[in-house]
Ligand binder design. Sequence first.
Ligand code: HAM
Length: 391
Amino acid sequence: MARLWGFEEIRTPTFEEAGLFSRGVGENTDIVEKEMYVFTDRGGRQLALRPEGTACAVRAYLENNLSQKENSRRLFYIANMFRAERPQAGRYREFEQIGFEIFADPSPAADAELITLALAILNEYGLKNPALAINSIGCPNCRGPYRRALKEALDKIAGELCEDCQKRLDKNPLRCLDCKTCGPKAQAAAPAFALCAQCAAHESTVESLLRSNDVSFKKDRSIVRGLDYYTRTVFEISAAQLGAQNAVAGGGRYDGLVELLGGTPTPASGFALGVDRVIEAKTAGQAVDSARGRQAVFAVMVKPSSATLDYAFGIIHDLRKQGIAVFTPGYTDSMKSQMRQAGRSGAELALIVGDEECQNQRVVIKELGSGQQETVIRAQLSAHLKNRLNS
Ligand code: HAM
């Protein structure tokens, strides 16, 4: 999918200088305040296990002068991230993201393209009915006055807000709008956000591009995102199959971040997809991966002599070369244990090879469900298996 959309892969280190995230993601965000794994290394440097990939991509973009290479303005990464959150279903301290970032493109079309890419990946993977919600949080010009108006309105109901939100009132009142506890109260008290003319035009183009591509979405003014770098477009995709932690992807535009981290002013936009949650959403309610048994066989070796082991090894190697997955047991396990492993493996068929089969150049095929077995000539094994596994 990345290739189809024209993205190049970037791999950045697992840890970075901690200041990259306090500057980039924001000193007063939950991620930096409560969730970063920070440590001092042997050289006395303050490092952090990366809590997210955008600041890392920007750092690499600047350090390697990627703005000069036209085909390096669209980057993607598949990487593990670390956040010291309270673990619960769908929320882990180490998790994996697939992230996409577009640099040096101010156009609303870049935002719309990223959104369609996120949905296309989820669709390709087979996730049913992901829900897209979008919003615009404006630019520094229009957000300043709104922040002040919002703070004034929320100050009046400060006593009804949770402890976290009372702190957010001074630092970033926008975050009160998406608080799990007092979000609805804050939204009811909030004044309407008046975007400046440029931000409003940007928002309406993103929306019309989505509409003309049949992408359905909900406009949700409560989406403000938990990271400070966003400007204008923000979006989240959620999966109804999940519980409280139902966001499978999130992202938006961050026109100020490259400059904040030391580059020349460079607009940018991106998103990240939470791999663990996407997998969980798809497999929710499914006991096993039903595709697994279809292309796989389990090789069982009965007390093999060295010639038999050689014979079995050759067969296994051959089948894998032809694209048939072969599970092998612990080589020295008893026959009983090997058959038990075969039964649990999810494979449909077991291949049984002993000294007799080796001498006659034969293989026994056992159907694990019914227990029926037959003997085939080695030379015909792969054609025979392909037939059976596809039927
Ligand atoms: P984020 O919303 O913090 O955004 O994370 C993106 C996705 O990562 C979430 O929607 C969720 O699926 C997954 N995720 C986050 N935290 C956890 C966790 N503790 N356990 C499991 N999955 C989790 C970002 O990280 C931004 N860097 C996205 C971005 C890229 N914005 C612009 N470019």
